[in-house]
Ligand binder design. Structure first.
Ligand code: ADP
Ligand code: MG
Length: 686
């Protein structure tokens, strides 16, 4: 079918143009038709505004203007920009171009007539200020009536090129275009058929038709994603029998009674849910979502003990050696006194020790195996595994989780722990039919971390405060966005900060530098020395982001805080405030633009990871933070997990129902593969 043919079959596309299209990911005619206009970027020539009429509330608008001046400048953190002033008979507007976009501005000359789209706000002078600008020569448009698409461009491609070729491709579609959703769904949900939707997403006959076309493609993408997820999950769930654990017995009662604290109501509820799942014949598939410091580890300890109580083995996998080691220590403390044997398997182990450990595992002498990815290796064999826990799951792919679960004849119970607060809609999409337990807040007796935000001018004061904390017997983290100095990025590097501090504030204070390029053993030695209190100040990159628990650390200084996402800052901050002392987090920033400062202010105001995650999504978009790829899923082309909540809920129900029809998967599989380029099955068929 023509859909898969190279773009060169279209009139006007030769080898050269094909190469340029390839640079934006378009290889086939189908790719071209799926190269939808940029989000919201259509020009409506039937209603071009005058500059004076533009709304200044930051919404995207289209207007016409003549270039009146071009100049370059530097903004905060010496970020270069180009400003282009345009005018019409009613007023002036300044168009701001940053970074890569400055290229587009360079081509502009005084007197050129432009069609401009962008977000308009009041400017500092009379001229209005326009950001996220796209421009094109007005004459290019003379022939184009009504609503016209605006595509993302690269190289020498022009809007006219793309419009012409897409129109060509649509002619092919008119002759032959199979539906990409089940017919019953299209009818029942009153969706535009595929051809109509394709035509309208490129050349809408009205705004209403465009909205419907978009809805149809969002629906399609989410529906097929959900069908694929549900199908493959069903497969992996139902092919093997689950393991039924008994009700909590003496071992568990003893462990719980001997904990140094009382479980919070949130923890009790989570434990009850997990415990009941484990007692069910059906394999557990549960995710335990708890904010940093909410006390997930003890809950996992109970689950692991429950496996032992029922005569089974269990394992827990962590993303780094440091974390695995820490879990090993904690679990040993909780469990060994009650006769539960805990083992540790990491990548760096010596051959002989490793061989012994694996032998003990096969003989059933080890009850709980803690480890890193090393657990996934072929020769790691359990005698009878009934529970697989993964910690900080967003670092593992779906595939790895499945490989772990495959280490048992029967389907083991699976518990996924994550500190990333995932908004519910995303969880529904990513985890399909996983059950969710949520623990919010933190255990009692721990004071909230005080968060302060300073500009770089006050760094030395902050460092002096650091020395005071150390003198008071506490420990400090200093986190930097980079390992070493970089020309490309104006930010403090861990190496520089470390050298600077060592020569000055930290002359007589034991300190160390930690980053991802150190060997595993080196990192571990440093972390251990820090945990033992031998090292007082740890200068590091974000390698300490996940899970590390040093209750005596009471101050975290984050350099260039504007470079991090809110959720990430929150994770980092979670490393302090783990003991009974008051803890502080100081955000240093060189940014002086109000947006960055407002963003950091949110962190000052809230310690609720879920709230911050939602805010981060709002401010930075879903791609930044929760790239679906991290979860082992394909990226979405047009759907937006935050925006399309209602559709997600609707398609989930429909997908469940559709899959129950006889031979449903035969039809759906082809559609799912077409939508996701066949990548889907690969992920799940492991
Ligand atoms: P996370 O959810 O980040 O993994 P941890 O399990 O590491 O959190 O727990 C953080 C700290 O809180 C640990 O020092 C742990 O001993 C403590 N803790 C856990 N549960 C409670 C509780 N119910 N009461 C008091 N302290 C608790
Ligand atoms: Mg943890």
């Amino acid at each position: 079918m023509w859909w898969k043919d190279k773009v060169t079959i279209l009139k006007g596309i030769g080898a050269k143009k094909a190469e340029e299209l390839a640079a934006v990911g378009i290889f086939t005619v189908g790719d071209l038709l799926e190269y939808y206009p940029r989000q919201g970027a259509y020009l409506d020539y039937s209603r071009l505004k005058k500059i004076k009429e533009l709304d200044m509330d930051g919404t995207k608008q289209v207007f016409r203007g003549e270039v009146y001046g071009v100049r370059n400048g530097y903004g905060s953190s010496r970020r270069a920009y180009t400003v282009v002033t345009v005018r019409d008979e009613t007023g002036y507007a300044n168009l701001y171009f940053f970074m890569g976009q400055r290229y587009a501005a360079k081509k502009l000359k005084n007197g050129m007539e432009l069609i401009i789209t962008g977000r308009v706000r009041p400017g500092r002078t009379q001229a209005k200020s326009v950001s996220e600008v796209t421009v094109q020569a007005a004459d290019e448009e003379n022939h184009a009536p009504g609503i016209v698409p605006v595509y993302a461009l690269a190289g020498n491609l022009t809007q006219n090129n793309l419009r012409k070729w897409v129109a060509e491709a649509l002619k092919l579609a008119q002759q032959e275009l199979p539906e990409s959703l089940p017919q019953n769904i299209v009818e029942e949900c009153h969706l535009q058929n595929r051809l109509t939707a394709l035509q309208n997403i490129h050349f809408p006959i009205s705004w209403e038709a465009l909205a419907q076309a978009k809805h149809r493609f969002v629906f399609e993408e989410l529906f097929l994603l959900q069908c694929g997820l549900l199908y493959y999950r069903q497969q992996s769930h139902d092919s093997r029998e689950g393991i039924k654990h008994g009700a909590d017995g003496t071992l568990l009662k003893e462990i719980i009674a001997n904990l140094p604290f009382v479980l919070t109501p949130q923890q009790q509820k989570a434990w009850q849910e997990i415990s009941l799942d484990m007692q069910d014949k059906k394999p557990m598939h549960r995710i335990l979502q708890g904010d940093v410091g909410s006390g997930k580890t003890v809950i996992s300890a109970l689950a692991l003990a429950k496996a032992k109580e029922n005569g089974y083995q269990s394992c827990i996998m962590a993303p780094t050696e440091i974390l695995a080691t820490q879990h090993y220590q904690t679990l040993t403390e909780y469990l060994e006194p009650f006769g539960v044997h805990v083992g540790l398997l990491t990548g760096g182990m010596r051959t002989k020790a490793r061989r012994n450990l694996l032998l003990e595992l096969e003989l059933g002498m080890i009850d709980v195996l803690v480890g890193t990815h090393a657990l996934l290796e072929e020769d790691v064999r359990f005698a009878n595994l009934s529970l697989a826990v993964t910690d900080e799951q967003h670092r593992f792919g779906v595939e790895q989780r499945a490989r772990l679960a495959n280490k048992s004849q029967n389907a083991p119970d699976v518990l996924v722990m994550t500190a990333t607060p995932i908004p519910r809609t995303l969880a529904l999409t990513v985890y399909g039919d996983l059950d969710i337990s949520v623990m919010k807040g933190r255990p009692p007796g721990r004071k909230p971390v005080q968060t302060l935000c300073y500009t770089d001018e006050r760094r030395r004061e902050v460092y002096a405060g650091m020395v005071r904390q150390v003198k008071a017997g506490r420990q400090v983290y200093v986190v930097c966005p980079l390992i070493e100095h970089s020309e490309a990025m104006e930010a403090h590097s861990a190496e520089n900060v470390f050298a600077e501090l060592k020569a000055d504030f930290l002359q007589d204070i034991p300190c160390a530098l930690l980053h991802g390029r150190l060997k595993g053993a080196e990192k571990e030695a440093i972390m251990e020395a820090f945990a033992a209190g031998e090292i007082k100040v740890l200068v590091s990159t974000t390698v300490i982001e996940v899970g590390v628990n040093v209750p005596n650390a009471t101050l975290m200084i984050i350099e260039n805080a504007e470079r991090f996402g809110l959720a990430q800052l929150h994770q980092l901050r979670g490393r302090v405030g783990r003991g009974s002392e008051q803890s502080y987090c100081v955000l240093l920033t060189s940014a002086d633009n109000p947006d960055s400062l407002a963003r950091l202010q949110v962190l000052h105001d809230s310690e609720d990871g879920f709230y911050l995650a939602e805010k981060d999504l709002e401010l930075r978009g879903v791609g930044q933070l929760f790239g679906l790829r991290q979860h082992g899923l394909p990226d979405l082309r047009i759907a937006d997990i935050m925006r399309d909540t209602e559709t997600i809920i609707e398609v989930r129900r429909l997908a469940q129902r559709q899959l129950q029809r006889p031979n449903a998967w035969q039809e759906l599989r082809a559609l799912v593969d077409m939508q996701f380029g066949g990548r889907f099955g690969m992920i799940f068929n492991t």
